[in-house]
Ligand binder design. Structure first.
Ligand code: PYC
Length: 413
């Protein structure tokens, strides 16, 4: 073995600083406790500490940073939604994503690819037109294109779809992008820690104490913490946390599975989605095809992968790309999606003073990471819902004011 290699093996003084603060004891109290060190919780900690000067913040994570849906999604970023609320909200998220590498001084591998939502029927084309018109009205780059434009962007696609469901056109959204999901979480964590935010991994919240309808403290497996402000940012576990403060929501938890193939030479430069075939696919910078489908058909609180998912999804993908028939699937996994009746998130203030919610992300939590962090930080700092999220408040279910966003889902659920 070379002496140089041995020398480097023995130095513990590496040039790169720690990204996150080292593990330490919990303080007795914090101004804000954030439950969940996924992208959303960490983004909120970043915006609180950098834009509101609120740094006495503890982010508590039962597992490790990004262990939940942050590290389990298929990293698609877009703003071609169906409702005014959704288009404005995700439009701001795409804007923030575009500058996030600079803002966080972390390469998040943001890669604008263009996003095609294929239409295999007149009915789907009609929804595509509807979305394109709403998008354009709010300044979002989105239009209906014909099969030849799809073929030009992706020459490998079989427009006939194996003769089963020919492609009639698509909704094209040029700003559609992908980014490295872990880097987004780590970047927010790094920058929040630089301002003094503490991230406590392996720290499970077991209860939240309320007195006179106000948050007063949090119980954890490492002892109690006094605080007047708690944010729940725990996709997949929202009902458990809501239970701790005596609130209820119409969220149901469904597993959402995904997978990657073995690496291939770059051939797919865009993002292809088909609601009728229930699939979405992009190619990662490592060359893997990153693919997913609808949520599982049964409500379950687990992250098990299934053969049924991967075989059903490959069956559909091969209609679009028959040449992939000998490509191997390398890995599959699942996350747990907080599904709401209207497919819009549940965010902001709640009937319990000092308890804030960032939840109900369904199948689009990753793409909302920057905007949700920013809006939640604004809402916490001002104790008032940010204007971009007022329509997403939990009270909309009592007021019968749903935000029907189902038509903007990538795939049917
Ligand atoms: O909303 O673009 C999307 C999406 C892709 C995968 C899951 N959701």
């Amino acid at each position: 073995m070379s002496i140089r290699l041995l020398k480097y093996g023995f130095i513990d003084n590496h040039s790169e600083h720690r990204w996150f603060n080292p593990a330490k004891d919990l303080e007795e109290s914090y101004d804000v406790v954030i439950i969940g060190a996924g992208g959303h919780g960490l983004a909120c900690a970043y915006y609180l500490s950098h834009y509101h000067n609120i740094s006495k913040v503890a982010v508590l994570e039962k597992s490790y940073i990004g262990a939940g849906n942050t590290g389990r999604n298929t990293t698609i970023i877009r703003s071609n939604y169906l409702t005014e609320e959704g288009v404005k909200f995700y439009g701001e998220s795409v804007r923030l994503f575009n500058q996030l590498s600079e803002e966080l001084e972390t390469n998040i591998f943001f890669s604008e690819r263009g996003h095609f939502t294929l239409a295999h029927s007149d009915a789907t084309l009609r929804t595509a037109r509807w979305r394109a018109e709403v998008n354009k009205h709010y300044g979002i780059d989105s239009s209906v294109v014909g099969p030849s434009e799809v073929k030009a962007a992706c020459p490998e696609i079989d427009l006939e779809c194996g003769g089963n469901h020919p492609i009639e056109g698509a909704l094209f959204h040029a700003p559609g992008a992908v980014a490295r999901h872990d880097a987004v979480a780590w970047g927010y964590a790094k920058k929040a820690c630089q301002k003094g935010v503490e991230i406590h991994q392996n720290t499970l919240v077991t209860g939240i104490n309320i007195e006179k309808n106000k948050v007063v403290s949090v119980e954890t497996n490492r002892g109690p913490i006094k605080t007047s402000t708690v944010l729940s940012a725990v996709a997949g576990a929202t009902p458990t946390v809501l239970n701790m403060v005596g609130l209820d929501s119409p969220i149901d938890i469904y597993p959402l599975q995904a997978c990657v193939t073995e690496p291939m030479k770059p051939w797919l430069n865009t993002i292809i989605v088909s609601g009728s075939l229930h699939i979405y696919v992009s190619q990662s910078s490592r060359g893997e095809l990153v693919m997913g489908a609808s949520v599982d058909p049964i409500e379950q609180h687990n992250t098990k992968s299934s053969y049924e998912f991967v075989s059903g999804m490959c069956d559909q993908i091969l209609d679009l790309f028959p040449f992939l028939s000998s490509v191997k699937i390398n890995r599959q996994w699942a996350g747990m999606a907080d599904m709401t009746p209207d497919f819009a998130p549940i965010m902001g203030t709640t009937p319990v003073d000092g308890f804030f919610l960032d939840s109900g992300w369904g199948t689009w939590g990753f793409k909302a990471t920057p905007v949700s962090g920013k809006c939640m930080a604004n809402s916490i700092a001002l104790n008032k819902d940010d204007s971009l999220i007022t329509e997403f408040n939990l009270n909309r279910f009592e007021d019968f004011k749903l935000v029907g966003e189902k038509g903007a889902a990538s795939v049917g659920h």
